[in-house]
Ligand binder design. Sequence first.
Ligand SMILES: Nc1ncnc2c1ncn2[C@@H]1O[C@H](COP(=O)(O)OP(=O)(O)OP(=O)(O)O)[C@@H](O)[C@H]1O
Ligand SMILES: [Mg+2]
Length: 137
Amino acid sequence: MSEELRIREGRSRSLAQALEEHLTEWSERTGITVEIWALPARDVPAKVARAVLATLGEALSNVERHSRARVVSVAVTLGRGGLRMTVSDDGVGFLGPAEGRGVTAMRTHFTDLGGSFTINGVPGEGTTVTGVVPRRR
Ligand SMILES: Nc1ncnc2c1ncn2[C@@H]1O[C@H](COP(=O)(O)OP(=O)(O)OP(=O)(O)O)[C@@H](O)[C@H]1O
Ligand SMILES: [Mg+2]
């Protein structure tokens, strides 16, 4: 993903900008509406930004391939507890645990940073992906 590479190379582009550009392009390509509820107000360490962008890419690929959603809502916030991202769609959801390669990769991005990851599908309602990176690591 080019956003990821540019941050890794240290060019001056904020995480918020990278997220917004990626979401805009993805929405235009897929025709699925993206509602951006929140973007981070400050920059974060490059390894955190990479985890967020890589996880967003996997989550959106699942929305595109599996969900039949009309709308996906995205929030990435920085609070006292650290960074939290949620990607929530209004698609078909799923039943039971989801443990493919994509979910394993997303979880690893967060656990490698001392954080946590969950994915929750509700049949007929949609799917929510949540990742948290605590501030003190
Ligand atoms: N947004 C979503 N809507 C509906 N089902 C989903 C969604 N995200 C994940 N799933 C379900 O969880 C399963 C596991 O997802 P995961 O990304 O791990 O694997 P995958 O997408 O099937 O394959 P890949 O390894 O290529 O990502 C999916 O096959 C799908 O059944
Ligand atoms: Mg997948």
